[in-house]
Design a protein around this ligand. Sequence first.
Ligand code: NAD
Length: 488
Amino acid sequence: MVARYPELRHFIAGQWQGGAGDRHWPVRNPATGERLADLPLAGEAEVAAALAAAQRGFALWSGLTALERFAVLRRASDRMRARASEIGEIMTLEQGKPLAEAVREVTLSADVIDFLAEEGKRAYGRVVPSRSGDILSQVVMKVPVGPVAALTPWNFPANLPSRKIGGALAAGCSCILKPAENTPGTAVMLVECFAEAGLPEGVLNLVLGEPGPIARQLVTAPATRKVSFTGSLVVGREIGALAAAGMKRFTPELGGHAPVLVLEDADIAAVVARSVTAKYRNAGQICTSPTRFFVARPAYARFVEAFAAAASALTLGNGLERGTEMGPLAHERRLAAMERLVAQTQAAGGRLATGGRRLDGAGYFFQPTVMRDVPAEAPLMREEPFGPIAAIMPFDSLGLAVAMANSLAYGLAAYVFTADLERAHGVSAALEAGMVGVNHYGISQPETPFGGVKESGYGSESGMEGLLGYMDTKLISLGRPVGRSAPL
Ligand code: NAD
């Protein structure tokens, strides 16, 4: 470990300000429970200052060319790559994921910024043929929406802010980032990269602190024109209602409960190996994490046995230690949630194939857990576990399995494994999800849109869509000067 935990301060109008005064919360290392730092809690005055700075920043930044904006963003992503090891260490320290995952997240975040900055140069409009000789041209343009409030959670402390900052800034918007209260260090270092790149003041601002009051002030402020939120459905509904009251654009990404359909003809050993890696990555705290496995009955026993064996063989530990495959949960309250889900599933008739317990000692560790024969009425089948629990069920009818997969209000990611192209096509078309992975996980790339349907939210981040979500459509219809006739 060589990185030093950064000083936690707000970044407003190009200035780092307001250390932990009287009002602060502890930031803890989830692997040890130790206090890492004190999080300063922004008050109304600081949030108001960030809003005013973002308005000034927007006036300046939106007046630059896309090429000029690209140059600054490109320098910021270079800084992120140069500092990836250091930022990754801080991320592991405050969030718990294994170091290699954290460092990879930072470099991938730099790729996200690059892609969006590039696309900013291609935010094309169009020219519409006119119906009248007196209308010379009708130009449809893409223009930035204005100052953006970006509210991000703790599971991807670099990637989720980068999608929002990248989309907003590449479009010509300014941004106020409010990161999760338990992963502020990564956000501070990310913002440092933009400051080091020479981003003009006020274009990107950072406020740290208590999520509810800050989010309310940001979302209801007249200056804010767009809100992008990643987090739980419950909070997303609240934020969405506030945004709707002000007729603000809102992009919610509210989690999922991803089904996985494993057909009989799939290579079961290979699917298990991929599934275990995907399930326990980031200790299952991923909104696209595979959680409900529906396996064709003839392959079921083999699948469960191999899955449980691979899960129980994973090395749990401090993410900074070499060889750690799964770290702790991000905070203590997630442990209680896992214990409750395991107990409720057993009470409903589901069986524990492996795991099911928190580890004794310091840190928020929970065993990689596999529950089999889980009945449809068990809460685990409806509630997103957001942790290291896999539920596995057999199916006899593919149609019924698809119906089970679609039976929830969630519709973020879904997966299907089969060697049969025709069935892969049919199932992926029938799955109600914003993203479907056929024969693989890892569907989220900087170049592809990320987003859900149903109560998982709407709109997309990343990809070209992740830029357009920060732009309005504007028509300029240019008529001949009044009283003039055609010159030719
Ligand atoms: P939580 O709802 O307390 O917090 C989740 C995130 O929302 C945090 O980052 C927090 O800062 C923010 N938040 C909380 N209250 C807020 C408010 N009133 N206004 C604005 N932001 C607010 O939940 P948790 O215990 O930290 O996490 C558990 C649940 O959160 C999971 O079950 C999962 O559904 C959801 N979650 C989803 C994602 C995702 O990627 N979609 C990420 C993290 C958490």
